[in-house]
Design a protein around this ligand. Structure first.
Ligand SMILES: NC(=O)c1ccc[n+]([C@@H]2O[C@H](COP(=O)([O-])OP(=O)(O)OC[C@H]3O[C@@H](n4cnc5c(N)ncnc54)[C@H](OP(=O)(O)O)[C@@H]3O)[C@@H](O)[C@H]2O)c1
Length: 334
């Protein structure tokens, strides 16, 4: 039987705000309905992949970044057991524990690693994640990526049992193809797959995308990761700044030599469009994703980036601008 949908509860901890009183005002972020009666999902999220990669010295800045996001009204936080080997989850747990009211309204998403998809591993992974997050449940638990060597029957069965126990509010997947989505759904009896988290932005998408079509037809919300194309959709690198190796490495094909010149040319055309329309470039990147029915989860490494991304979110460019951006990013000259 489906457990009552409820927000995850944080363990009681000391209450102290993570950032000072001078943050700008909170921004309104709409909630999106999920299928199967799951708790509604915020339309914009902060991803904490980088939080696990940083050195100890960066931890205070990471915490301030998460704290700023919370203070500014962000509630969806995306992490994973593999991010920094659990460090990202721990840092998030520590910040939320200090937020006002121990952040009962945070929407916490974490993921089981593709290396832990056996039934007993899934349960152990979630328990480890919840301990690090200092929460009794995760609002949404995703399979980070499929593993061809582990049958999805095993993984989905274990996830459904955790859902029935109320340890996860909803079940989702990430980086799944249509075939994998179909196979996973076959092994759930009462629960539904409510989310597929995918790399998706103005530059990295196909016009005809069977996964997107499948998700739309089956009420599976797409969480769009790398929505800012690693800063390109903030204007970064457009004037010839060298792309750091780490960014190149983790940005799929965007920065490869055969792609980069055309991406930069399109990025500059998008920047001109944004200037003409009087909107930030990132507003176009984020709201184009929203117009496509997805919800973006951006990364940020410092509090100012939260402010700048929320300022971009607060401006919804007109449809004609988003449609033109779509054509420019596709490479149409029209
Ligand atoms: N499911 C998966 O397999 C998967 C894979 C990848 C990511 N994700 C999730 O998606 C999240 C976002 O992915 P992403 O980091 O690739 O996305 P992104 O939002 O496209 O890129 C984030 C980077 O853009 C730069 N940036 C952000 N705000 C900026 C601003 N205002 N001005 C200038 N630069 C800015 C920052 O780079 P600097 O830090 O260099 O300043 C930041 O780290 C991850 O944190 C993770 O939670 C999931």
């Amino acid at each position: 039987m489906k457990p009552p949908s409820r927000p995850s509860k944080a363990s009681p901890k000391k209450k102290r705000s993570a950032v000072g009183p001078k943050s700008p005002l909170p921004v309104k972020i709409e909630m999106v309905k999920l299928s199967g009666g799951a708790r509604p999902h915020p339309a914009l999220g902060l991803g904490l992949w980088a939080s696990g990669r940083w050195t100890n010295e960066d931890e205070a800045r990471t915490k301030a970044t998460i704290g700023r996001a919370y203070e500014r009204g962000m509630r969806w936080f995306d992490t994973a057991e593999v991010y920094g080997n659990g460090r990202s989850e721990r840092v998030l747990g520590e910040v939320l524990a200090r937020a006002p009211g121990t952040a009962p309204d945070a929407y916490v998403v974490t993921k089981v690693s593709w290396e832990h998809l056996r039934a007993n591993q899934v349960r152990a992974s979630l328990i480890g994640s919840l301990e690090r997050l200092a929460r009794r449940s995760a609002d949404l638990y995703l399979v980070h990526a499929p593993d061809a060597h582990v049958p999805l029957s095993e993984t989905m069965g274990a996830l459904e049992a955790l859902w029935k126990e109320g340890k996860v509010g909803a079940i989702g997947v990430s980086n799944f193809s249509v075939e994998e989505l179909e196979e996973a759904a076959r092994h759930l009896s009462e629960a539904k797959i409510v989310v597929n988290q995918l790399r998706y932005n103005l530059f990295l998408r196909d016009d005809v995308d069977p996964v997107r079509e499948y998700c739309r037809a089956h009420n599976i919300l797409i969480e769009a990761y790398t929505p800012l194309a690693r800063g390109l959709l903030h204007g970064r690198y457009l004037d010839g700044t060298k792309v750091p190796k780490e960014v190149r490495q983790f940005a799929n094909r965007l920065f490869e030599p055969d792609m980069l010149p055309q991406i930069l040319a399109r990025g500059r055309a998008l920047r001109d469009l944004a200037n003409d329309a009087g909107v930030p470039l990132a507003s176009i990147g984020l709201h184009w994703l929203r117009k496509m029915g997805t919800v973006p989860v951006f990364g940020a490494s410092r509090p100012e980036q939260i402010d700048s991304n929320l300022a971009a979110w607060a401006v919804r460019p007109p449809d004609r601008v988003l449609d033109r951006a779509d054509r420019i990013a596709r490479g149409d000259r029209a």
